[in-house]
Design a protein around this ligand. Sequence first.
Ligand code: G6Q
Length: 550
Amino acid sequence: MATINKSSSWKILNTHFEKTKSIHMRDLFSKDMNRFKNFHIQYEDFLVDFSKNRITDETLNLLINLAKEAKFENWRDRLFAGDKINFTENRSALHIALRNRSNNPILFNGKDIMPNVNKVLNQMKEFSENVRKGKIKGYTGKKIKSIVNIGIGGSDLGPAMICKALKPYGTNEITPYFVSNVDGADIAQTLDTCDPESTLFIVASKTFTTQETMTNAYSARTWLLKYLKDQEAIKNHFVAISTNQIAVEKFGINKENIFEFWDWVGGRYSLWSAIGLSICIYIGMENFKELLEGAHDIDNHFKEAPLNKNIPVILALLGLWYINFFKFNTHAVLPYDQGLSLFPSYLQQADMESNGKFIDRDGKKISYHTGPILWGESGTNGQHAFYQLIHQGTEVVPSDFIMPIHSHYSIGKNGNEHHKILIANFIAQTQSLMMGKTNKEASLELKKQNLNQETIKQLTPHKTFEGNRPSTSILFNKLDPKSLGRLIAIYEHKIFTQGVIWNINSFDQWGVEYGKQIAKLVLPKLIEPIETSGFDSSTNNLINYTKKNI
Ligand code: G6Q
């Protein structure tokens, strides 16, 4: 296939872009009373309003043509069929099987994988229930009160984000902790708050070789043995989630305490697998299944909804429109829910690790932009920090505003004062980003403050907002397990759709592997007693400086 930016649909889009790039959304809204009606999708309790984007009907049609020319539908079929689309690792990307609540057979190498998926789910159910009921106890017979998930990247970000988001569903009797950083502060501070007799460590690592995770796991083991003084205690206090059974057993974890997952589950797509064990223990199996249900709903929606009504597809096409044509290179994710405060960093990995690539599937260097720099923060905190740049900066930042209509917390006047203020801020931001404030409006506002002519003239440009800053609003009823499952799956499929059109493999992560490889080269140099040479002069000197001053 010719590269996508040489395709006829790309060229047509480019011409369309040149014609429409200066149109202000304010004018689009005033000319079309049905703009919201035409540019929103209602899926169950999810409302996706994408009318505040710099598109027309024609833009959308042309973007859909581009997806079709990139054979998106064919790639989507291949994803669901378990083809080895992650060809650089010779793997399928079958996370959809982990949440296949229909239980219809899914074949991998000609064999149905659902029995194995269900077997592990049952193991997770039994184990998590026994921990919650206090049937699984610590070595000295104490009930488990703290669970410490030791993992990094895909083996940490999803479970950590979900446990925070679903706190209202969590048990008060068990506190979940997440240790990921190899910086000793992370594990040391966590261990300080835990009682060895009532702590369960979950070592979550697909490969069971990741330096950070293994270092933290060994330190946790040493800490435990220091207090409990018997190797046998490891049985009660350590479980592992891994595809590498041999390495787990070598660590000293019992075979029965290993939760299996498979090569066809990518790290950043693994929260639906046994990597979700910490979630399961904290919120219970029934709620974990709801999370899976939510994702499964979106899998079906993604497979079946027409492209112009397909939430992940629309989000993907909007993103592409901004990155590839407007050259807006960053994208903000702004959840108006404190529970979702880790959602932007979770998505950073999902998106940037998947689509931060400059080589296409044919091994050629790409000549168009791929994944955006994704960032964000929960509202309203971000408003008092970086929104200034979103309103008036020289960079335009397309943003997703995400908000549940109902809060879990009844607080303030009438029990909903806080949430009403939150909603008002959410809506006000999207409105003002789109509308802006004209020079005339700004100057009129200043006149009403009885300022003199000169001050008005001086202040007007500073108080003027161009507007035309795009945003998409995603609303749903409540942040519960099902809606969170839906939200995550929407973004997973958005990322996949963009990867298909950009002709990249969204499922490998050679940059991460490279990081793992180079750290191993430097570590022995930090220990060797002689002066280090052989690297560039900056690296040699950094190593020698730290060695001298350590
Ligand atoms: C995710 C990446 C990466 C991975 C971590 C941890 O897709 O592969 O973030 O999850 O490097 O790897 P392990 O689970 O093997 O320890």
